[in-house]
Design a protein around this ligand. Structure first.
Ligand code: S3P
Length: 427
């Protein structure tokens, strides 16, 4: 589907409720399927990725009923083998977390994915799982993964990369080891910690300290939870509110877990007028409303510890940086090349077409602003939902309209994206 985006006619004004968090939605399904009893999950994401996770657990014999955005999960804590290939679609989180669950079962499974997922690196999970005794066949460390379920041992694993997907995979395998030892995962910088928080609230024997988390084989209690809004979806509105002249918007019900809010920290550092209203705690996660006003921005350097806290927001931060005075440098973000697309290459090439002064580096990019984006070009999403939405935000400030190819990929995480932008723009 080709999408035409023209310069925003009006300032963005008003308020929206940000849709459900994708990362937490995946985990809510996975962990409640492993718990014994009835769980209820409210505000479940309607993105395609969490649906992939949900469909797989149905195939593994878990009873899941859906009433709009409310799910009831009834499980005896045990999974059944599936004679079908388990299709993870576009979702790296589904494949990597599921591998940790399935490696320790007493049956075999096959996980497959779409073209993009089949090209993403799986060595990062196959390696630690193999050290735990898992047997996984792959196509040179790429999907499909054939997992031969067997008893696993605990492990003390030091990961070279900071990754919540790898961490969650190892912790989920550690939840079900047969030697009942401690499985410890340490990463260079702390990545999102939803797995640790949710497993703890479900009664798992898990301890977090600094950049490590340690778990013992445990039984999980069912949960009742309401999933907060996704700060990674809010990020597109934060950026749009900051760069569309005279905008003032409120984003309601956004998850504010400190391992996810790097975008807010950086946008404030760049001079963004952002206020958090009514910060509260819902089911162990911080939630709040975010007020964003159009601002004069200046450049900054984004590197090191903050990178995992904004890893998914870098494409839209690049758009923001085109409107900031000075040179914004993004470093230490090499792993962006392993996402749904090589996000360093794809965002740099497409923003260049729109007139940005932006340059690719090995582990990030350099953006020089402030420049008026000319637009007037066709750009590509590379079948990547976050590239699609970042380009749409750029289109709102381009002088001439832009055409975005393959825009339907937004459905992976945020089907209502355009509707909500239009709602704020027409007020
Ligand atoms: C996610 C972790 C991140 C992120 C992805 C979702 C998760 O990936 O990019 O969109 O839910 O655990 P990595 O852990 O590979 O950095």
């Amino acid at each position: 589907m080709q999408k035409t985006v023209s310069k925003a006619k009006n300032a963005l004004q008003g308020e929206i409720i940000v849709p459900s968090d994708k990362s937490i939605s995946h985990r809510a399904i996975i962990f409640s399927s492993l718990a014994c009893g009835k769980s209820t999950i409210k505000n479940f994401s309607d993105g395609q990725d969490p649906k992939s996770t949900l469909n797989i657990f149905k195939k593994l014999g878990v009873e899941i009923e859906q009433d709009n955005d409310c799910l009831t999960v009834i499980s005896n804590g045990k999974l059944n083998p599936s004679s079908n290939i388990l299709d993870c679609g576009n979702s790296g989180t589904t494949m990597r977390l599921l591998a940790g669950v399935l490696a320790g079962q007493n049956f075999n499974s096959v996980l497959s994915g779409d073209l993009s997922l089949s090209n993403r690196p799986m060595k990062r999970i196959i390696e630690p799982l193999s050290l735990m005794g898992a047997k996984i066949d792959s196509d040179n460390y790429k999907a499909p993964l054939k997992i031969y379920g067997r008893d696993l041992n605990s492990i003390d694993y030091k990961s070279k990369i900071s990754s919540a997907q790898v961490k969650s995979c190892v912790l989920l395998a550690g939840l079900n080891t047969k030697d009942f030892g401690v499985t410890k995962f340490t990463e260079p910088y702390l990545s999102r910690n939803h797995t640790e928080l949710m497993l703890k609230s479900m009664g798992a024997d898990i301890i977090s300290e600094g950049t490590s988390a340690a778990i013992r084989s445990s039984k999980l209690e069912p949960i009742k939870m309401t999933i907060p809004g996704d700060v990674s979806s809010a990020a597109f509105f934060i950026a749009a509110g900051l760069i569309v002249p005279n905008s003032k918007i409120i984003l309601r019900n956004v998850g504010l877990n400190p391992t996810r809010t790097g975008i807010i920290e950086v946008a404030k550092q760049m001079g963004g007028n952002i206020k958090i209203l009514d910060k509260r705690e819902v089911c162990g996660e911080y939630v709040g409303d975010i007020q964003v006003e159009y601002s004069e921005l200046h450049s900054c350097e984004i590197s090191g510890e903050i990178i995992p806290k904004l890893i998914d927001e870098i494409p839209v931060l690049a758009v923001l940086a085109t409107q900031a005075q000075g040179e914004t440098i993004i470093k230490d973000a090499q792993d962006l090349r392993n996402k749904e697309s090589d996000r360093i290459k794809t965002i740099v090439s497409e923003l260049k077409k729109l007139g940005a002064d932006i340059e690719e580096t090995e582990d990030g990019m350099i953006i020089r602003g402030k420049l008026n984006l000319k637009g007037g070009h066709k750009v590509r999403t590379y079948n990547d939902h976050r590239i699609a939405m970042s380009l749409y935000v750029a289109g709102l400030i381009c002088e001439k309209e832009i055409l975005i190819n393959e825009f339907e990929w937004v459905n992976i995480s945020f089907p209502e994206f355009e509707y909500l932008i239009e709602k704020l723009n027409n007020k």
